[in-house]
Ligand binder design. Structure first.
Ligand code: AMP
Length: 417
């Protein structure tokens, strides 16, 4: 047997109903909030993420499935959606044709991380992005929509955490303040953090190494270093969240592991998910569109991991729905008509099963029983001659004859009582 690749999962019949439900709720919600779907390729140029996500990020340095293709180009499986969404927005000049540049996408992402509960090498995200609006009202609306998604899925115990990482005007001072506050203790930090002091000191807050934590706890907070414009913006976001009645916690450690964030960052943390408890995360990126060759437009968005939503859903796994009916052919001469009947029922919207190997009527009935269908439809030579079908309702054992023309309506009506 050739097994699946470590860190990837098969979504099996017993679970797929939960996925379909999440996707249905997500699409419906996105439409109500004015988002339109785009579908971008799973493979992109490696430089899109080196430039977009950031050369010094863990994603780009350690986690990309990057390779040279047969034509000699550097390609990668996308590790996240935002740079692809920005690329498609810029490449197709979407702002010209859309009334409001709100885009969403659903699909797989790939990161070479150590697999554990809630963390996989192929995982799926709903990604939501808004281009061209700088006002804090949109930050709050995006966060409110994320919270509505969890609410509509029945996930009611998530905690909203927010922060502001400032902008190009104030972040350099904050970075300097971090390095200054560390002073000689830099040498006591882990190798990753020592590197971060030169590449991107803010990312020290992402460190999970226990020995580093007492030092990191003493560091200054970004909120205290915001310029006036960023402070006003952050106050605006908080005000809108309060108006929506959304409880939040400000965490100065929420810098998120990507280079492009400016001002607002946020996450929603679930309960009972173990170490990988971030259901979703996002933030504002006011320079990324320009940096990737587009017009000077701000952006904001978030990505939610579908695997984590599946884990957080309150109800247990729903088994796949049984079909509506099983067509049983009595006698060899009836098979062709039984197959036509099955086809016609399916065309009329009925989920119908039939046997394939010319089995005896007894063995067909056994199969019908095992399949869990509501009705067995018996077609013998008498029924064929009179243009009727015998309908047996499995639950009650009740049997009646129904005219063939009325059969689909009859089954539909029986399905709704
Ligand atoms: P990020 O792009 O890292 O901010 O992640 C956004 C969301 O995607 C997280 O909150 C998770 O729900 C999900 N996610 C990220 N990485 C993984 C992974 N390796 N496996 C499963 N879900 C993930």
């Amino acid at each position: 047997m050739i097994s699946g690749i470590r860190g990837t999962r098969d979504i099996l019949p017993a679970e797929v109903g939960r996925w379909q439900r999440i996707e249905r709720v997500a699409r419906d919600l996105c439409a109500r909030y004015g988002y339109v779907e785009v579908r971008t390729p799973v493979i992109e140029r490696e430089e899109l993420f080196a430039k977009g996500t950031g050369e010094s990020t863990d994603i780009v340095q350690k986690e990309m499935y990057a390779f040279t293709d047969k034509g000699g180009d550097r390609i990668t499986l996308r590790p996240e959606a935002t740079p692809s969404m920005v690329r498609t927005f810029v490449e197709h000049a979407l702002e010209q044709e859309l009334p409001c540049a709100k885009l969403y996408s659903l699909g797989p992402m790939f990161r070479y991380e150590r697999p554990q509960k809630g963390r996989y090498r192929q995982f799926h995200q709903l990604d939501v992005e808004v281009f061209g609006i700088a006002d804090p009202a949109i930050d709050a609306e995006v966060i409110e929509m994320a919270s509505a998604l969890l609410f509509e899925l029945g996930i009611d115990s998530a905690e909203l955490v927010i922060n502001s990482v400032g902008c190009d005007a104030c972040r350099p001072q904050f970075s300097e303040a971090l390095v200054a506050a560390l002073g000689e203790r830099v040498a006591d930090l882990c190798a990753d953090c020592q590197r971060r002091t030169t590449t991107n000191p803010l990312r020290i807050f992402d460190c999970k190494v226990p020995a580093d934590q007492p030092i990191i706890d003493q560091l200054p907070h970004s909120e205290d270093y915001l310029c006036d414009a960023c402070r006003d913006h952050f106050a605006g976001v908080k005000g809108h969240l309060e108006a929506y009645g959304l409880a939040y916690r400000v965490s100065h450690r929420l810098v998120r592991g990507l280079d492009y964030y400016t001002r607002t960052t946020f996450e929603m943390l679930g309960t009972g998910l173990g170490a990988q408890n971030a259901l979703l995360g996002g933030g504002r990126y006011d320079h990324l569109v320009k940096q990737l060759g587009g017009p000077d437009r701000p952006g904001i968005g978030f990505a939610v991991g579908l695997e984590r939503l599946v884990l957080a859903l309150p109800e247990g796994a729903a088994p796949p729905e049984p079909a509506d009916a099983f067509v049983v052919a009595l006698g060899d001469a009836v098979w062709p008509a039984a197959r036509i009947l099955t086809r016609d029922l399916r065309r009329a919207g009925i989920r119908a099963l039939i046997d394939y190997e010319g089995r005896s009527s007894k063995s067909q009935m056994k199969r019908a029983n095992r399949s869990g269908v509501r009705h067995m439809l018996i077609l013998g030579e008498d029924e064929l001659a009179s243009n009727q079908v015998t309908v047996k309702t499995m639950e009650t054992g009740h049997q009646q004859t129904v005219a063939r023309d009325a059969l689909a309506d009859h089954l539909r009506a029986a399905g709704t009582d």
